[in-house]
Design a protein around this ligand. Structure first.
Ligand SMILES: [Zn+2]
Ligand SMILES: [Zn+2]
Length: 394
């Protein structure tokens, strides 16, 4: 098997949709023009449309053939629609027309690949059961559009057995793809340690409990956590990124704060290390008699592909992109992704589709989605559905 010929022929039309979306980027929960565009396209393909989940989310429902055995299997395909709050510097003819807004992560392309697949699926209906095309808002910036859609009842209103996501991936050759077995993206949490001491005169430190010295001890002590307490076969990062204390040169302050981010690949490690960070910080701050309290601002959980589904996706990738098209080498990334919430509820996997070795990095002001990927991503979606929900006649 290979790319679907009809989708190859549709590349220029899909590129025009993608470049239109690129010109009018919208950020988290403001995807009004984008969701209108998506809903109108879906309707024009004869697809039932539901709106309003997660504020600006759109779901297209495509019914296939009768499964023949009384069951009605179903599958969810997810694309993200939001852009980033940044200025584009590409000078492209179709560059962003919105100030401080840019599609620098390729969500314009993801939306288009799923639209292309939706049209093909609606025209041929060569599958049994139901396909839900889920266009979500607010993936970027910790805004958790995926979770908003779930909180608004996504999986109750449109029940499905499995869900699948896809992201373009610069650095991997265009025309290659992969699905990690297990963790694909990290979980990312923010923590803020407040170190409380007793302030006083800088010349009389013995009358104080110095939170600045404690903050130094805490900073050093936390460096030992990943190196000494993490299983070498597991992965985590602790980076301290904020250190604040004091307002005068002759005053020992009463409070210092140390903040940072924890990145983990497993739910257990995440829980364990959040506890360890607090425990180690408390112990280290004891050096000067200070107390520590910790606030956690939870971010996206790790994105963990279900093993059997990742292997299934690899089969589809090999079918569509060829044996050489399947990459099995790329390591997971410490970046985070809110598709993780969907994989906490449903089976499925997150696929990386190579954007080319010469592509600018995601979130660069020079980045542009590679339109060569449009027929590839759309073909992968269609073949995924046909393989997962086969018809009676095959
Ligand atoms: Zn991004
Ligand atoms: Zn993205």
């Amino acid at each position: 098997m290979e790319l679907i010929a009809e989708l190859k022929d549709k590349k220029a039309e899909m590129a025009s949709w993608r470049q239109h979306l690129h010109q009018f980027p919208e950020i988290a929960y403001e995807e009004e023009m984008t969701s209108d565009f998506v809903a109108e396209k879906l309707k024009s393909f004869g697809i039932e449309v539901h709106r309003g989940l997660g504020k600006t989310g759109v779901v297209g429902v495509i019914h296939g053939q009768d499964s023949g055995d009384g069951t009605s299997p179903s599958i969810g395909l997810r694309a993200d629609m939001d852009a980033l709050p940044m200025e584009e510097q590409t000078n492209l003819a179709y560059a962003s027309r919105h100030t401080n807004r840019m599609h620098a992560c390729g969500h314009d392309g993801h939306t288009t690949m799923l639209l292309g697949a939706a049209e093909h699926l609606a025209r041929h209906r060569h599958f049994s059961g139901t396909v839900y095309c889920i266009f979500q808002p607010a993936e970027e910036g910790g805004n958790a559009g995926a979770r908003s859609m779930i909180d608004d009842g996504l999986f109750d209103k449109v029940p499905m057995e499995s869900i699948w996501g896809m992201h373009n991936w610069p650095g991997l050759e265009a025309g290659r793809a992969l699905a990690h077995v297990g963790p694909a993206m990290a979980g990312a949490d923010i923590f803020i340690l407040t170190i409380e001491g007793v302030g006083g005169h800088a010349a009389m430190p013995h009358q104080t409990k110095d939170p600045i010295v404690a903050a130094g001890m805490v900073t050093i002590a936390l460096q030992t956590l990943v190196s000494r307490q993490l299983d070498p076969f597991d992965q985590a990062v602790i980076s301290l990124t904020k250190l604040e204390a004091g307002s005068a040169f002759n005053v020992i302050p009463s409070i210092a704060t140390v903040g940072g981010t924890l990145r983990t690949m497993k739910a257990e490690t995440r829980k364990d290390f959040l506890q360890k960070i607090e425990a180690v910080a408390k112990t280290a701050a004891q050096v000067t008699g200070c107390d520590v309290s910790m606030e956690v601002r939870p971010g996206y959980p790790p994105t963990i592909n279900h093993e059997a589904d990742a292997l299934f996706a690899r089969g589809v990738i090999s079918d569509v992109l060829g044996k050489d098209g399947l990459d099995t080498d790329l390591t997971p990334t410490m970046g985070a992704e809110d598709f993780s919430y969907m994989l906490q509820h449903k089976e499925g996997a997150y696929i990386w589709l190579g954007a080319g070795t010469d592509s600018q990095n995601l979130h660069s002001p020079l980045y542009d989605f590679n339109d060569e990927l449009l027929p590839m991503g759309a073909s992968l979606w269609v073949r995924m559905v046909e393989a997962k929900l086969p018809t009676q006649t095959g």
